[in-house]
Design a binder for this molecule. Structure first.
Ligand code: MOS
Length: 696
């Protein structure tokens, strides 16, 4: 790096890249403290009921088996905020797949074998797992996920809809979707007296530390959570998950370090998933396409254990101008695994419905879908009336159209073919809110000229570590190779979790502040004292409140070209192109990877990811990566992500918006809109598999 000032905005490769590809990077289950033993969890085989008997004689007969933990003998846990973490505390079963036992043994093989030999008897009750639009248990929650009011009304939608010149009214359905990070949820737990160390695969060590402190009734100072490298989470590791709690319980019981990696086939039941949604979107417009009314009504599902309301109607409060609006959420709680966060909760499923509906409206009005969106660009955030801190959706649409070669475009479906392949193009918008949370950081200068950033941030594969080095280098005016970063330990300055695309903003802010203070200290000292020099900084509520008068969101536009084989029904994405506006891009290389990753995950959601909640057994049927199909290399041909330069002074000292989730928002609609353009078939239920396109 020749110009240190160019540290921010440079396409720096990941600092830990070499460690990862050479296997030197240690993930949670790569730690094997001396004397480690292994645990294997046992899921319930009924969807609702009660354990009546446990026969563990055969399991315990294995010489290598150390313990069989069940509700009869497991260490008691205090009550935590998340009821799914009351593990092995009662004989009640709330859903199929809920953990009812944990076998601990000298070897993984013995633990697994003994787990299969446990005989657990249940008194099972009739379970309720089928989501129907008229389920008697449907109710109106107060809040949707992330604290949004469940219902918002502006004007008089019903009258607006009745009197509209053009109307669309359709229901869009998305089944459950699963996070499935490459690294499964894993933990290694070690007790030393009353001190607990957990190597945990998580998105936020301080949040896990807090939860373990509550559950085990220990002061924070006695719990160390280490998550130096994490192989993805997509939301499913945002809060403490069973592996950390079970490993700690087992380690306490057998007085040995315990390693526990949750088997892939059990993840669907115990780490959360994207809740299914049934979304009715009604658009009322004048014949020139200007919206008069928008209604986005969402039905979703949660478990009996907790209320989680996928906030899918929230983006309709942000996207388009209309005098009349209704956005509502309804939920039903059933005997199913608890849903939770999955990449862009709310925006991702919600924008599939809204952006499909906009495509349907464009067709109904005889308008180009980009032109329709341009005509409905709001002056202020429609729901709140606040000004946007920055909003460059129209620039993204125009720039995307130019790069993609959108024009000239014949809007008529089923007009373009190559042999038996029908070809079409589609567009959809992206949006994601700006979130930021209080955090703290330290930056140190050493006498040898090196610097270190210390913060309990978590790099779940995003490049967060690298960007934090860049922020410090930028402020200090030094080359990035002089800056080391220590993250992923709860004894570092506390920081918020890697969720809500908030990491870079939340962690970069105190790093920026501490580096600024250190730079000033260094200027006063003239040179670094022999023992080094350190500065610490934190952000608080007052920092985060400063820009509340603005509506802050990132935006984007995504374009897809598809081909549909009308003999086989197979859809292939020929090209996917996104243009985003997300403030200042701090590292183009890692940012591009985030956006591409989101888009590919969106393609996967559009075309292949499919989960069936089995009505008889009551759990998700596709539980491995052979049956739950995510896009693989061969599915991904030409994906491009670009961004426009966006200056926004109302964000944070770096001027950045989050990018981890933005890329998945709108992708599925862009693809199914392209499928409609190709075939004339409107896919309102995901995924668009061959049977759907062949009308089977
Ligand atoms: Mo993200 S689903 O907020 O980890």
């Amino acid at each position: 790096m020749t110009d240190p000032k160019a540290a921010l905005g440079a396409p720096l490769a990941r600092l830990e890249g070499r460690d990862k590809v050479t296997g030197r990077a240690r993930y949670a289950n790569d730690h094997t403290p001396p004397g480690s033993v292994f645990a294997w969890p046992v899921p319930a085989t009924v969807a609702r009921g009660e354990i009546t008997a446990i026969d563990d004689r055969q399991a315990l007969a294995h010489p290598a088996v150390l313990a069989v933990l069940t509700h009869l003998n497991a260490p008691p846990l205090a009550e935590a905020e998340d009821p799914t973490l009351a593990l092995l505390q009662s004989p009640q079963v709330a859903y199929r797949g809920q953990y009812v036992a944990l076998v601990v043994a000298e070897t993984l093989e013995a633990a697994r074998t003994a787990a299969a030999e446990l005989r657990i008897s249940y008194r099972s009750e009739r379970h309720d797992v089928v989501l129907t639009d008229d389920h008697p248990g449907i109710y109106a929650p107060e809040l949707a996920n992330a604290g949004y009011p469940a219902d918002r009304e502006r004007g008089d939608f019903d009258t607006a809809f009745e009197s509209a010149e053009v109307r669309t009214d359709a229901v869009y359905r998305i089944g459950p979707l699963h996070n499935h990070p490459m690294e499964p949820h894993a933990a290694t737990a070690v007790w030393d007296g009353d001190r607990l160390t957990v190597y945990d695969s998580c998105q936020g060590g301080n949040s896990v530390q807090q939860t373990l402190a509550t559950l085990f009734a220990l002061p924070h100072s006695q719990i160390l959570v280490i998550s130096e490298h994490v192989g993805g989470g997509f939301g499913s590791k945002g809060t403490a998950r069973p592996q950390a709690v079970l490993a700690a319980m087992a380690a306490r019981t057998v007085r040995r370090p315990v390693k526990l990696a949750l088997p892939r086939a059990q993840l669907c039941a115990v780490v959360g998933h994207r809740a299914p949604t049934v979304q009715r979107v009604r658009l009322a417009a004048r014949s020139d396409g200007r919206l008069h009314g928008v209604a986005h009504e969402v039905l979703t599902r949660s478990s009996t254990l907790s209320e989680f309301v996928e906030q899918a109607a929230v983006p309709a409060r942000v996207m388009y101008a209309s005098p009349h609006s209704r956005t509502t959420h309804r939920v039903v709680r059933q005997d199913v695994p608890a849903p939770s966060w999955m990449r862009a909760p709310g925006e991702c499923p919600g924008m599939f419905a809204l952006e499909s509906a906009m495509d349907e409206l464009a067709q109904a009005c005889g308008l180009d879908p980009i032109e329709l969106r341009l005509r409905n660009e709001p002056e202020l955030e429609p729901d709140s009336g606040r000004p946007f801190s920055s909003r460059h959706l129209t620039d993204c649409l125009r720039e995307g159209a130019r790069r993609f070669g959108w024009y000239p475009r014949d809007p008529e479906p089923r007009r373009r073919s190559r042999g038996r392949l029908l070809i079409g193009s589609g567009v959809a918008a992206s949006t994601y809110p700006v979130y930021v949370a209080p955090s703290s950081a330290e930056v140190r200068a050493e006498a040898d000229g090196s610097f270190t950033v210390l913060i309990n941030a978590t790099d779940i594969g995003t490049g967060a570590r690298t960007v934090l080095a860049q922020i410090a280098a930028h402020v200090l005016g030094v080359a990035t190779d002089r800056v080391g970063v220590e993250i992923g330990r709860s004894d570092l300055p506390p920081a918020s979790l890697a969720g809500g695309s908030s990491g870079t903003a939340s962690w970069g802010w105190p790093v920026h502040r501490a580096a600024t203070a250190l730079r000033e200290d260094l200027a006063r000292h003239g040179e670094v004292p022999a023992g080094g020099l350190a500065a610490r900084a934190a952000t608080g509520a007052e920092d985060l409140a400063a820009s509340r008068s603005f509506a802050r969101h990132a935006f984007g536009a995504q374009f897809a070209e598809v081909q549909v084989d009308m003999d086989t029904g197979e859809t292939r994405v020929r090209r996917l192109l996104g243009v985003f506006a997300a403030g200042r891009i701090l590292n183009p290389r890692t940012a591009r990877a985030q956006l591409l990753g989101g888009m590919i995950m969106g393609q996967s959601m559009a075309l292949s990811e499919h989960s069936t909640l089995d009505p008889e057994f009551g759990d998700h049927a596709e539980r491995d990566l052979a049956s739950y199909q995510v896009a693989v290399h061969a599915d991904v041909t030409d994906v491009q992500a670009y961004w426009i330069e966006e200056e926004d002074p109302h964000l944070n000292p770096m001027g950045s918006k989050g990018i981890g989730e933005l890329g998945i928002v709108g992708t599925a609609a862009a693809i199914t809109n392209a499928v409609h353009h190709a075939t004339g078939i409107r896919v309102r239920d995901l995924p668009a598999t061959p049977d759907v396109l062949l009308g089977r």
